[in-house]
Design a protein around this ligand. Structure first.
Ligand code: ADP
Ligand code: GLC
Length: 506
């Protein structure tokens, strides 16, 4: 089949900035979409309209849309908006990414994307997202638009490639046949697979033969991501190193066999960062712009950060910043675990300041608040705060990311771009983006450790703090080296286009 020059790409996702975000998935999907549009491709982004997305600024498509599910049909509305992107010379872009919001009151008219504090994983998630994936096809029919590529992200969208392969892709010539559509599934995090009771399966309207054929079966449960991995034409994850790790039993979260089976179709493509949003030279949340050529503004950001967190405004003390979802993935046990975590000793024994931003597991929020009340040099903001996240990236001297595993990680790239030196575990995408400091040559862009233990975190933070006081020139050189690196989407978006083209040759 001939591959068209400008591709029509349908992005199916549960998160996209600025509309809904719990983590890096939201940043990655939106910035990839904009980068693809900038290359001339036609990108439409399809996502649920959660309760938190106000209808006021959206445009409603005429008529209700029926989606065949279970024994009947679900009815929903569709709203649209343009994905905000950088303006071209003060004018709106010529090739906008249009977002289609699937609006279904019963499934999405509630607080929370995947769950709430009372119900961390909504019981009806398999139905909510099965409906969403099926609705994506109905939407394409409704707007009479047949994508070349259906690009699904993570378990909530993983049923889209399954539906395409088992039922939606029909013979060429039939209207709305998706005969020439190929699918790509991107795994942003193998730790979340969408595993639910198999009773939910009949709601998908797939036959029970497909349950086994597509490999839904997971110890008598239904695994959405696994079926997506088996069904998509091409697969990828968000860094080459994480792709290698997931092919091993240690990093494969029980899916390494399935991924090895799909080996030839599976690769790693490093995420980029949105340089219009994450750029210290034009960051609206920073008190003064700065760049590698004019780095002076960083000191102002540090002062503002210290003031904001109630830390003494001392330029001499290094500030360690940290922003994260409080989940086991991020190494929070080893850092904040009651009695064994290293944060207490780090702050008690080292001349530094620590500014934390994040939310998540209750025990960790409790421990962190406890540390903040007992340690004068440890301050924390528990919650989600976009502005503070920019201030930490800009104002901190070091950024700590002791992840147990990290498919890509965006914060270490933001840190490098902001001249904030990352202290990271040597894993996943962190290993692909940070180079370890060498005391002999002064080379490197960050400080790295291999084993995830409280003492390894303690020692590596200690090493960075030692260098801060004793190797000032190296620290300055590292900062500038990081700021000069190119983490824009340019290269990676082209690699996605290659992946799309290979998917179309299926
Ligand atoms: P993950 O997706 O695993 O959480 P990433 O590093 O890829 O990790 O992306 C995390 C994203 O979420 C970053 O943009 C980070 O700044 C943001 N983030 C996480 N927690 C918060 C918070 N509490 N407030 C603001 N932004 C946050
Ligand atoms: C996931 C991963 C993170 C990655 C992000 C965007 O949330 O945990 O490492 O950067 O997706 O791809």
């Amino acid at each position: 089949m001939d591959v068209p020059a400008g591709l029509k790409i349908a992005m199916c996702t549960s998160e996209a900035v600025p509309f809904a975000k719990t983590g890096g998935l939201a940043d990655a999907v939106s910035s990839l979409s904009l980068a693809l549009a900038a290359l001339g491709h036609e990108v439409k982004l399809i996502m649920p309209r959660y309760y938190g997305i106000s209808r006021d600024k959206l445009k409603k498509l005429e008529g209700a849309m029926g989606v065949p599910m279970g024994g009947g049909e679900e009815w929903c509305a569709v709203y649209t908006a343009v994905l905000p992107g950088p303006e071209e010379g003060g004018k709106k872009t010529k090739n906008p990414v249009v977002v289609y919001f699937i609006d279904h009151e019963q499934f999405f008219g509630r607080d929370g994307i995947y769950g709430s504090s009372f119900e961390p994983d909504f019981l009806d998630n398999p139905r909510r997202f099965a409906f969403f994936c099926r609705a994506a096809f109905q939407l394409c029919r409704k707007i009479e638009w047949e994508p070349d590529i259906l690009h699904a992200h993570d378990w909530p969208a993983a049923l889209a490639p399954v539906f395409l392969r088992y039922g939606e892709r029909r013979s060429a010539g039939e209207p709305g046949s998706f005969a020439n559509t190929a699918s790509v599934l991107t795994i942003h995090n193998l730790g979340y697979q969408g595993i639910y009771a198999r009773d939910n399966f009949s709601y998908t309207r797939l036959g029970w033969d497909v349950f086994y054929q597509a490999g839904f079966d997971d110890w008598n449960m239904m695994n959405l991501l696994k079926a997506g991995i088996n069904s998509a034409d091409k697969l990828n994850t968000v860094s080459p190193n994480y792709a290698r790790e997931t092919l091993t039993p240690a990093g494969g979260v029980r899916r390494d066999g399935t991924l090895r089976y799909r080996g030839g179709d599976y690769s790693g493509i490093l995420n980029g960062i949105d340089t219009a949003v994450w750029n210290p030279a034009q960051d609206k949340y920073l008190p003064a712009p700065y760049s590698a050529a004019n780095p002076e503004g960083k000191a102002k950001a540090k002062e503002a950060l210290q003031r904001r967190f109630g830390l003494p405004e001392t330029p001499e003390l290094p500030v360690i910043g940290m922003i994260c979802r409080l989940s086991d993935q991020k190494g929070i046990g080893e850092l904040f675990g009651p009695s064994y975590g290293s944060a207490w000793s780090i702050c008690r024994e080292m001349d530094l300041q620590f500014a934390f931003l994040g939310s998540g597991e209750g025990w960790a929020e409790y421990e962190i608040s406890g540390l903040a009340s007992r340690l004068p040099n440890f301050k924390a903001y528990i919650g989600y705060n976009e502005e503070l996240s920019h201030l930490i990236e800009g104002g901190a001297d070091f950024f700590l990311m002791p992840s147990r595993y990290e498919p890509c990680g965006l914060n270490q790239m933001y840190s490098l771009a902001y001249g904030t030196i990352p202290i990271v575990r040597n894993t996943g995408g962190l290993a692909d983006t940070v180079q370890n400091y060498s005391q002999e040559t002064g080379e490197g862009t960050g400080f790295m450790f291999d084993d995830l233990t409280p003492s390894a975190i303690y020692n590596t933070v200690g090493w960075a703090v030692w260098a801060w006081y004793n190797k000032k020139k190296d620290i300055e050189a590292m900062r500038l080296r990081g700021m000069k690196e190119d983490f824009s989407w340019n290269k990676s978006a082209l690699r996605y286009v290659e992946l799309y083209k290979s998917a179309l040759k299926r």
